[in-house]
Design a protein around this ligand. Structure first.
Ligand SMILES: Nc1nc2c(ncn2[C@@H]2O[C@H](COP(=O)(O)OP(=O)(O)OP(=O)(O)O)[C@@H](O)[C@H]2O)c(=O)[nH]1
Ligand SMILES: [Mg+2]
Length: 286
């Protein structure tokens, strides 16, 4: 059995950094994993590790933009369509790894996750090749600075979950940037962080409600209702500098993929989001 982790999320959310960190973490545990770069726009020196499979060897965004006279987004769609027409290339590249993880680093264009059929097509092809696949969706911790922005991110995560139709894990990345300093008025209260991790819809009613035009209150309320009704968006905190954080996330991924099918299904350990101090209800970043 082969396993694939599709790492998705908006531009700059830390996907490539997480892929590299997870790869290094798996290596320290003596587990084999391979990086699959699915971003045709990434610069050659953006990874510390060499990808085992690289879409740029099939097609590069730079060439497409030049030859087809397309912009970056049209060019990206062209690259994905080209990949889908050349799945033999992908099958050859994937080879016959066994019991290995393939970590797929995706581009940051959000439309790929929310409505294009390109990734679902790729996913169904990988499934036919008996690759068990799950998605990890990253939002960065800065989104917690602004509740409206955070809920826009929550909606994008939900939309990706529905569009991709594979087991799905949401992460808040760059948790090292959330201030852990103690003292009056600083630090984000642990309880408040937990409300974000649990996507407490009431976060949206109190504060953004008071800032938005009353015309939009019914819309805010409808969004709250939607999130409450589905009750499926939760986040785990990701701090790439913390081995325990990576290990906790890996346990969730292993569980979602039922890694090691002959073994008993494992329950992931309860995750703790670190030692955030009690303080005011303010989000503060270093
Ligand atoms: N402090 C901190 N910075 C991070 C972390 N992860 C990523 N960054 C920084 O955030 C920026 C974007 O990180 P990337 O890993 O390239 O993000 P990405 O999602 O792959 O970006 P695109 O592929 O362009 O969509 C870089 O400057 C990283 O150094 C993190 O955990 N903590
Ligand atoms: Mg990237």
């Amino acid at each position: 059995m082969r396993y694939a982790v599709l790492v998705a999320g908006p531009a700059g959310s830390g996907k490539s950094t997480f892929c590299t960190a997870l790869l290094t973490h798996l290596a320290t545990m003596k587990r084999t994993a391979h990086l699959f770069n699915l971003d045709p726009a990434i610069g050659p020196s953006e990874y510390h590790v060499q990808p085992s499979i690289d879409i740029r060897e099939l097609i590069s965004l730079e060439d497409v933009m030049e030859e087809m006279e397309l912009g970056p987004n049209g060019g990206l769609v062209y690259c994905f369509e080209y990949l889908l027409q050349n799945l033999d290339w992908l099958d050859d590249e994937i080879g016959d790894y066994d019991n290995d993880y393939i970590i797929i680093d995706c581009p940051g264009q959000i439309e790929l996750y929310t409505h294009h059929p390109l990734l679902p097509k790729l996913i169904s092809h990988l499934s036919i090749q008996s690759i068990r696949i799950c998605a990890v969706y990253l939002l960065e911790s800065q989104f917690m600075e602004d509740r409206s922005k955070f809920f826009a991110g929550v909606m994008s995560a939900m939309s990706a979950m529905v569009n991709l139709e594979v087991p799905h894990l949401n992460l808040i990345s760059k948790m090292d940037l959330v201030s852990k300093k103690s003292g009056k008025g600083t630090g984000m209260r642990k309880a408040l962080i937990e409300r974000y991790m649990e996507t407490d819809p009431l976060l949206l009613v109190d504060e953004p409600h008071s800032r938005t035009n009353p015309k939009f209150h019914a819309l805010n309320q409808a969004i709250v209702q939607l999130i409450e009704d589905h009750n499926m968006v939760q986040f785990l905190p990701l701090d790439v500098t913390d081995e325990d954080s990576l290990q906790g996330i890996l346990e969730h991924i292993d569980y979602m993929l039922q890694y090691g099918e002959d073994e008993e299904p494992k329950e992931p350990n309860d995750m703790d989001d670190g030692d955030f101090v009690e303080g005011d209800d303010e989000v503060e970043f270093d």
